[in-house]
Every structure is written in structure tokens, then in C-alpha cells.
Design a protein around this ligand. Structure first.
Ligand code: ASP
Length: 451
């Protein structure tokens, strides 16, 4: 069985929804279809989820909601009309939205989630009617009825572990095609809760894990995952055909925007292969993301670079002979609630790479004062505006000269390297450079490895 998830751009209008139906019907294995709320139809359009957030905010401010409600409804009405699905589904969606608006506002977070969830819920109901109109045995399946139980903060909820068992049971004897709304579930007290934005990916991934799908197909609007960001290297043509979970994770970490590594965690943990595909070009095989793959020695899979890092650089003579120095340093960071990214170190120095958004000037002052007081270093320095370059590829392991290619290319472009970090598994290395050099560095490395 395949679980397929379609993002907002795939559900944005009648033409896109028709493509979705064609894709699902082209393969009888496609049995669970997770849908997002209708997304943008063009660059200046607004996603239904954003319209719903605006609607909820207006209601919470006790202002008139008529215009905002009409704008949401219009998105569904136009799809229903263009596909000649009749008035009943439109009436049903209108009633649903009004009912949600009339629900309790006692907890604004719960009320907001109730409205946000309407985007995917009604998208799934409408899609189910569209499938049925094509004479297909498909039906809307509700997260409540199947046991998609969530807990935690509104807008940032997490799955309750026991949901996997319930979901697996709910689908064990399911016949036909299930149209399942992404992005939300229910708390034990019955209230609606949503995942973070983009959370339909999480729903799809959870369902793929729960039913042990043969493949989790994630349909979006690109042909595949590219080895480098096409906005930085527009000439990149060839996509990645297969990559491993850990390659994906390292590239996503450094800013590959196609997927959210956190969102696909359930599918990765269950070892379900993930296939990133394009709704607009379904004949393209897309990119497969799997546990292991055959590699060509000496090859790189992808290059990514993310901005917004800073470094704490600490020097202390004979640091390598001091027991517990790093431990104390990490204790200070833990007490400040700061996660670190990398810790390259030498015998007399240690650098901690941190995301700048977790390290405001006020936090920096506190941390530096504590390091001086508690660790008595020879010097401590904080540097900002650094980028992290990741060169990733299972094929790099046990191959000589992989790092040399990168350092050579950067040197040839006059780009200074501030730090290098490579783990013993040898399938990726990190190079820290100044943010201003980021795009130039990516282009230089792309040329060195793929040129
Ligand atoms: N509709 C939600 C959002 O825009 C969830 C999703 O599309 O995945 O964030």
C-alpha cells in the first residue's frame, strides 16, 4: 500500500485537484491520500490556512467576520463549481465553518486550531466528493474516527504514541481509497489540535508508519530533490534519484527546503521509503529516500549551506589535561536552554557553534560572564554572521581527496574557512565560513564536485 500526501499547491484549484485524482487512480496501490488545505494559485494568492488564521483573529477581536468567512468559502466554492460537484458539499462546508466560528473562544489557542483545521478537513471532504464524482470508491476518513490523538500546545501539538496502534487497526480492513485531512488531530478531551505549519507532511508520515506503507509518496511542485539549491545554482538540471535518510537529514539541516526532516521522522523511524514527486509532472520518478543504497565511491550527493550561526571560541592552555572542562561548558549552555550544533575542538581551544536566533546579545553577555567566572579561560570570544556548508554523500566514505576538493575550491575563490568538522562515519563534513561568502562558496563547491 502507498500513502500519498499532496501539498497545498496540489489542491489549490479544480485543475490541480483533477491532477491529484488522476495520479491516485493511476496506481491501485495508492490507498491513503492525505491532503493539505488549498494553497496558493499564483504568487500573489493567499493560502486557505492563512485566510483561516485571519478569520480566527477577527473573531477573537470580536470584529465582523463576514468578509473573511466569504473569502475562505469562495476558495472551496470555486473548486466545487469548476468540477460541477453540486451545492450540497458547498452548503456542508459553509455550515462547518459557521459552526467552528460559533464554538467556544475561552481558550484562544484551541479556537485558532479549530479554525485552522477547517482548511484540511474541508479540503478532504471536497476531494472525496470529487473522487466519488469520478465513480471511484473513495471516502473522507476523519482523524477522530481513526484515532489521530494529539497532545501539547495548540499549533505545536505532538502525536500521542498509542495513536499508531489505533491508526493501524483503523486501516487494517479498510477498502477503497481513504481521503484523509492532514495537519490536525484531537486531544483526549475532544478538542482539535494542529501540528506546526506544514504539518500535513507529519500526518502523511505518521500514517505511512502506522500502516507500514510500502512507500510514502510526498507530492509537491518540484520534480525531485536537487543536489544544490537551484536558487543559488540555476543551471542544476539533474536531480537526486536516490538518497539515504541520513543524507536527507544532513541536507535538510543545512536548509534544503523541499522537506522538513522533523516532519518525516515517523516514516524514517519505521523505515518506510519516501518518494518526493511532482504533482504537475507525475511521469517523473522523483527522488527516493531510503535506509541504504548502492553508492559510487568518491561521489557527493548534495551540498547545502545555511546562514545564521555564531561561535563561542574558548582558549585555555593545556585544556586537554583538564577533566570535565567541556562538561562544565555544556552545563552552562544547558542551564540557559541553548542547544548547540557543532563543537570542533583542539588541545587548547574549543568552539561551540550555535544558531544565532537562540543566542541574543543578552544571552551572550550572561553566558560569556559565566564562562569567564566558572571556567577561567585564557580568552573567550563570540563571533557572529557565520554560515555552515554541508557536503554530504555516502559515496565519500573511504575515498581520498573529498575534503581536499572543497578546500581547494574555496581557496581558489579566496574564501576563508573558519572551521571544519567531519565525523568518523565520513558521509558528511561541515565547513564554517562567513555568511557573506555563502552563495559564492556553494557555487564553487558545486563546480568542484558536479562541474
Ligand atoms: N495547511 C497547513 C499550512 O499551510 C498545513 C500544510 O499544508 O501542510 O501550514
Amino acid at each position: 500500500m502507498k500513502v500519498c500526501k499532496f501539498g497545498g499547491s496540489s489542491l489549490a484549484d479544480a485543475r490541480q485537484l483533477t491532477k491529484v485524482i488522476d495520479i491516485v487512480l493511476a496506481d491501485p496501490q495508492r490507498r491513503i491520500v492525505v491532503v493539505s488545505a488549498p494553497g496558493k494559485r499564483n504568487g500573489s494568492d493567499t493560502k486557505v490556512t492563512d485566510l483561516l488564521i485571519g478569520l480566527a483573529e477577527t473573531a477573537l477581536a470580536n470584529e465582523n467576520t463576514d468578509a473573511k468567512l466569504a473569502a475562505v468559502l469562495e476558495r472551496y466554492t470555486s473548486i466545487a463549481k469548476d468540477l460541477s460537484l453540486g451545492d450540497e458539499i458547498v452548503r456542508e462546508i459553509e455550515e462547518d465553518l459557521k459552526e467552528r466560528l460559533a464554538s467556544s473562544r475561552e481558550d484562544p489557542g484551541v479556537f485558532m486550531d479549530m479554525l485552522k483545521a477547517a482548511g484540511e478537513d474541508n479540503s478532504a471532504k471536497l476531494a472525496a466528493v470529487a473522487f466519488a464524482a469520478r465513480g471511484v470508491k473513495a471516502r473522507y476518513v476523519s482523524p477522530r474516527e481513526t484515532g489521530m490523538m494529539l497532545e501539547g500546545e495548540s499549533g505545536n501539538a505532538q502525536l500521542v504514541e498509542e495513536s499508531y496502534r489505533k491508526l493501524s487497526r483503523a486501516f487494517s480492513d479498510f477498502e477503497g481509497i481513504a481521503i484523509y485531512p492532514g495537519f490536525f488531530g484531537y486531544r483526549k478531551d475532544g478538542t482539535v489540535a494542529t501540528f506546526p505549519r506544514g504539518g500535513s507532511d507529519i500526518t502523511g508520515s505518521i500514517l505511512a508508519a502506522a500502516v507500514r506503507a510500502d512507500v510514502y509518496e510526498n507530492f509537491t511542485d518540484v520534480d525531485n530533490v536537487y543536489p544544490v539549491d537551484p536558487r543559488i545554482v540555476p543551471e542544476v538540471k539533474e536531480g537526486i534519484d536516490t538518497m539515504t535518510y541520513r543524507e536527507m537529514r544532513e541536507l535538510a539541516y543545512a536548509g534544503f527546503g523541499v522537506f522538513n526532516d522533523e516532519a518525516i521522522r515517523p516514516a524514517v523511524m519505521a523505515r518506510v521509503p519516501i518518494n518526493v514527486r511532482n504533482t504537475n509532472r507525475p511521469s517523473e520518478p522523483g527522488t527516493m529516500i531510503v535506509q541504504s543504497r548502492r553508492v559510487i565511491p568518491g561521489t557527493v550527493t548534495g551540498i547545502a549551506a545555511a546562514d545564521g550561526f555564531c561561535n563561542i571560541i574558548i582558549d585555555k592552555y593545556c585544556m586537554n589535561r583538564l577533566v570535565g572542562f567541556t562538561h562544565k561548558l555544556l552545563d552552562i549552555l544547558q542551564e540557559e536552554g541553548i542547544a548547540y550544533e557543532h563543537i570542533p575542538s583542539g588541545i587548547d581551544s574549543i568552539s561551540v557553534v550555535i544558531r544565532a536566533d537562540r543566542f541574543s546579545k543578552a544571552v551572550e553577555n550572561r553566558v560569556v560572564a559565566r564562562i569567564k567566572r566558572e571556567l577561567n579561560p585564557d580568552s573567550v570570544l563570540v563571533t557572529r554572521d557565520y554560515a555552515v556548508l554541508m557536503v554530504v554523500g555516502e559515496g565519500m566514505a573511504f575515498s581520498a581527496g573529498m575534503l581536499a576538493k572543497a578546500t581547494g575550491a574555496l581557496a581558489a575563490h579566496g574564501i576563508n574557512i573558519s572551521m571544519v568538522n567531519q565525523g568518523a562515519s565520513e558521509f558528511s563534513f561541515m565547513i564554517s565560513i562567513k555568511s557573506a561568502d555563502r552563495e559564492r562558496a556553494v557555487r564553487a563547491l558545486y563546480k568542484a564536485y558536479f562541474g
